[in-house]
Ligand binder design. Structure first.
Ligand SMILES: Nc1nc2c(ncn2[C@@H]2O[C@H](COP(=O)(O)OP(=O)(O)OP(=O)(O)O)[C@@H](O)[C@H]2O)c(=O)[nH]1
Length: 320
């Protein structure tokens, strides 16, 4: 019987941070530079992968998605297998693991250690918008910060300089050994992210499990009416939706939209996909039980009328 050599696993960087803190944005930016061969593992809490689709758009050659739960609880052995699979397809300069916003980095670090996987850097992203509310309501965020080798302050273009300074000071108190660096749209030198920083000692309390949040995936093969979708996402936010993300088609445009909702902030941006996705629209929503329970029904109500959809199809056919 042939002997299978264990693959040498490339150095691993963990990209951690609460829901919507900017992890995928950072990863897409790093991949777009194209100056390193980076294997990517994306772990999403929702069953429908959104980040994977967006990262693939940025040109990641080697990408494995582990969706449908946090890798720290449900997919431990899958994680090690994914590391081996990527490394076999290598050679790679680095492997970046984008953790779900609800994942405990301590539990992942422990899994990596057990498997003797080389861990370089733990990068934690912390949003400067709404920092005080998030840190007080979600103890997970404190642990994500305390385990970081580097903390990136995201959304720092949306708040004033004093707020950035205040958040940086709070974070330095929680984790005095990590440099705290403001970034805008993930723009940071890759060498800062992919570099060895070893020697973590992780106390037991960092292995906590979660979570108070529920997730649901929604999909449709028919486009939605934009104003109805915006209104529904606003209503769901008022009922405790914290995060939504996805790719949707709205009948007022032939192009897809990338949709993000983070703590009530909503953005739609045009996404020029090379081919039509299946399903056409997909969203992942994370938040309170009340918001999640009504998500499916209220989103279905956003699907546009048959007449407007026929009209949209003919406009789309013109640009095809
Ligand atoms: N203004 C601004 N927006 C940002 C910045 N970084 C990320 N965003 C936006 O913030 C939203 C969330 O960013 P993502 O990169 O999807 O966040 P994430 O941490 O991957 O989200 P989850 O995987 O759901 O936890 C998106 O709308 C991004 O475009 C930034 O520095 N400034």
């Amino acid at each position: 019987m042939p002997i299978r050599n264990e693959p040498v696993i490339a150095p691993v960087t963990l990209i951690s941070g609460f829901l919507g803190s900017g992890k995928t944005t950072l990863l897409r930016r790093l991949l777009q530079r194209g100056d390193r061969r980076i294997g990517v593992i994306v772990n999403e809490f929702g069953a429908l992968g959104i980040d994977g689709a967006l990262i693939a758009q940025s040109g990641a050659g080697l990408l494995i998605e582990l969706n449908g739960g946090c890798v720290c609880c449900v997919a431990g052995s899958d994680l090690i297998l994914a590391l081996e699979t990527l490394s076999e397809a290598g050679p790679l300069d680095a492997i970046a693991i984008e953790l779900s916003g609800l994942a405990e980095p301590g539990a992942i670090i422990r899994q990596l250690r057990r498997a003797d996987a080389p861990l370089d850097t733990v990068v934690t992203l912390a949003s400067t918008v709404d920092y005080e509310r998030v840190i007080t309501t979600s103890p997970l965020v404190t642990r994500q910060i305390q385990l970081a080798d580097v903390v990136l302050l995201t959304h720092s273009d949306l708040v004033d300089a004093n707020t950035v300074q205040w958040v940086a000071t709070q974070i330095s108190r929680l984790n005095p050994r990590a440099p705290v660096v403001p970034v805008v749209q993930g723009d940071i030198a890759p060498a800062f992210i992919f570099s060895p920083r070893h020697g973590r000692d992780i106390p037991e309390e960092f292995y906590h499990q979660h979570s108070e949040y529920q997730a649901v995936s929604w999909q449709s093969d028919r486009p939605v009416q934009r104003s109805a979708l915006e209104q529904t996402l606003r209503e769901l936010s008022a009922r405790g939706l914290f995060r939504a993300k996805g790719i949707v088609f709205c009948t007022d445009s032939p192009w897809a939209d990338e949709v993000h909702v983070v703590a009530g902030r909503m953005t739609f941006s045009v996404l020029r996909l090379t081919h039509e996705p299946s399903p056409l629209c997909r969203l992942v929503l994370i938040g309170s039980t009340a918001a999640i329970a009504m998500a499916d029904e209220t989103l279905n109500a956003c699907i546009d009328s048959a007449e407007r959809i026929t009209d949209w199809q003919s406009r789309r056919a013109e640009i095809a």
